[in-house]
Design a protein. Structure first.
Lengths: 289, 289
C-alpha cells in the first residue's frame, strides 16, 4: 500500500501535504501518515513477512526502509541477521533508527542515507535484499532492481513486496468510491510511480536479470466475521490511505471536495454492516544468477 | 466463473448461443462451453475443493450440479458420502450422470431434476449442502439460500463457491480488455444474475439465516513461471469464458465485433510473454443454527 519511504516529525496541526524533503511521495509526510504506516505494518506483518527467513549471520540489505515500519518486523523474525537499512530520506532514517532502538535494541543494524540506485557498497556485498512498498514509487523500477542486483551476491535472493490498488474491490459496489481510489492511482502516476505495480513484479524482476522468479499474491479479505481486520485494514489502512490524498486530488483538479468526500463515505460502507473488502499484495522472491 | 447449471449434447457446428432449455444461462449451452467447464473444473479442483471433507455416510446435497464438473471432484475427495445431485436442466443432469458413471462408478448418488427453490425433500434431509457457481445465476440468491437451509439439518453446513469478475486484473493493463470483461458482467446482470457475487457471500449467507459464516478468497494468479496454469486458467478458462459471450454482447448492442475482438486480443496478452493474470474465487462455509 504504497508507504515505505518517509515520514517527518511534524506536529499534527501542520497540513497533511507534501514536505520539501521528497515532495513526490504521494502519501505526504505528516505524523498522521506515519501513524497510518505503523497501523498498517502491524496489521499486515504476519501476512507479508511469513516465509521470509534468513539464516543468522546473513548480510541483508533493506532498500527503502522508510520509517522502519517493516524493519522491526524483519528483525523480529530474523534476529541474527546483519542488516543494512537504507533510505533516501534522512528524517525517515532517523525515525527508523529510533523505532529499532526501542523495539529491537540488540539488533545488528547499519544505517545508510542514500539512493538505492547509487549505493556505495561493493558488488556482491549482501546475501539477501529485501524491499517493501518501494518499487511503486520509482520512475524506472527495472533500473532500481538492476542496481540492487549489483550489490547482491550470485545465488543471493531478493524479496519484494508491493500492493496493487487495482486489486481493491468491495461490497457495496460504488462507482463514486471506485473513482476516488482511481484518483490515488492517478496521483501516484503523476509523481512517477505506479499504484498497480504488484501485478508487474514477475516481468520487472525478469527484466532486471533475476532468475527463478516466484510471485504469489498475499490477499487481505475483510468482512464482519473479523472486526479487528475491518478496523485495522479496511478502515485504518486502505480508506485512510485513499483519504490522505484528498487535498492533492482536489488541487490537481481530479475531483471536488464534495465528490471526494462522497467517494470516501461510500468506500467506508465496505467497513460497515454487511460490507466486505478485498486487496491483494504481491510477494516475489527471485535469485541473482 | 459462472458455469454450473447446464450444457447440452449439441454438435459443435451449432451456434454457440442460448438453448431453449434455460435461455438465461449467460454462457450458453454449446459443446464448446461444456469443454470449457471441464477444463476449468480440472484446473481448479485442488484450489476450490481443498478443505471440503465430509464424513463417510453423510447425506450431502449438491444444488445445481450442472454437467457434473464439480460433482466428480466432490465424490473423489469424499468417496463415502450419500450424494443427492440436483439440477434444473434434465440435459445437464444426464451429462452429469454419464460423467459420474464413468469417473466414479461406485459412488452413491441420487439424481434429482428440479428447482433448488422448490426441492421436494422434507426439512432437515441433509447433513451438508454444497453449491458451486450457482448463486451468481439466481435473481434472488438469498431466497435460494433460504430454501436450501430448509432441507439442511440444524448444525449442518453449507459450502458455497463463487467467482467475482471484478477480481480479474492483469498485465498489461488494457481499457479495451477491461470493457470486454465488463460486457460479460452486464449480460449476466441482464439475465438476472450477478458476476460480482463472490464479494457478497458473507452478507447473503447472513441474510439467509446462516451463522458462523466464514468466507475466504481462493485466488488464482498465473504468470510465466507456470505455463500450465496460464494455459489452463488464463487462456482456456477466463479468456474463453469472456470470448463465449461475443455474439450476445454484439446482439445486445454493448459492443461491435471489431471492438470485442480487440478486447479479447488485448486480454490474451495476459497469457503471453511477460503477462500476468489474477482472479479471486470465494469459498464460504456456514452453519444452519
Amino acid at each position: 500500500m504504497t508507504p515505505g519511504t518517509a515520514a517527518s516529525e511534524r506536529p499534527d496541526d501542520r497540513p497533511d501535504d507534501h514536505s520539501d524533503d521528497h515532495p513526490d511521495y504521494v502519501h505526504g509526510y505528516s505524523r498522521t501518515e506515519a501513524r497510518r504506516l505503523g497501523d498498517q505494518a502491524d496489521t499486515l506483518a504476519d501476512l507479508l513477512h511469513a516465509g521470509t527467513a534468513y539464516p543468522a549471520g546473513s548480510r541483508v540489505l533493506e532498500a527503502g526502509c522508510g520509517v522502519g515500519a517493516q524493519t522491526v518486523h524483519l528483525l523480529a523474525a530474523n534476529p541474527g541477521i546483519r542488516l543494512t537499512a537504507a533510505d533516501l530520506s534522512a528524517e525517515s532514517l532517523a525515525r527508523a533508527r529510533a523505532r529499532v532502538a526501542e523495539q529491537a535494541p540488540a539488533a545488528d543494524v547499519t544505517w545508510h542515507h542514500g539512493d538505492l540506485h547509487r549505493l556505495p557498497f561493493p558488488d556482491a556485498s549482501f546475501d539477501h535484499v529485501f524491499l517493501c512498498f518501494v518499487l511503486e514509487h520509482l520512475p524506472d523500477p527495472t533500473a532500481g532492481l538492476a542496481a540492487l542486483r549489483r550489490v547482491l551476491r550470485p545465488g543471493g535472493t531478493i524479496t519484494v513486496i508491493e500492493g496493487d490498488h487495482g486489486s481493491a474491490f468491495f461490497h457495496p459496489e460504488s462507482p463514486a468510491a471506485r473513482r476516488t481510489v482511481d484518483h490515488l492511482v492517478r496521483l501516484q502516476a503523476r509523481a512517477g510511480g505506479d499504484g498497480l505495480l504488484g501485478r508487474r513484479l514477475h516481468p520487472l524482476l525478469t527484466a532486471a536479470g533475476f532468475t527463478r522468479v516466484s510471485v504469489r499474491p498475499r490477499t487481505v479479505y475483510a468482512d464482519e466475521a473479523d472486526p479487528a481486520l475491518v478496523e485495522g485494514f479496511t478502515r485504518r489502512t486502505f480508506v485512510a490511505m485513499v483519504e490522505s490524498v484528498r487535498a492533492d486530488a482536489v488541487a490537481a483538479g481530479l475531483t471536488t471536495p464534495e465528490d471526494f468526500d462522497r467517494g470516501i463515505a461510500e468506500l467506508r460502507r465496505a467497513a460497515g454492516p454487511g460490507g466486505t473488502f478485498h486487496y491483494a499484495f504481491f510477494k516475489a522472491v527471485a535469485v541473482n544468477p
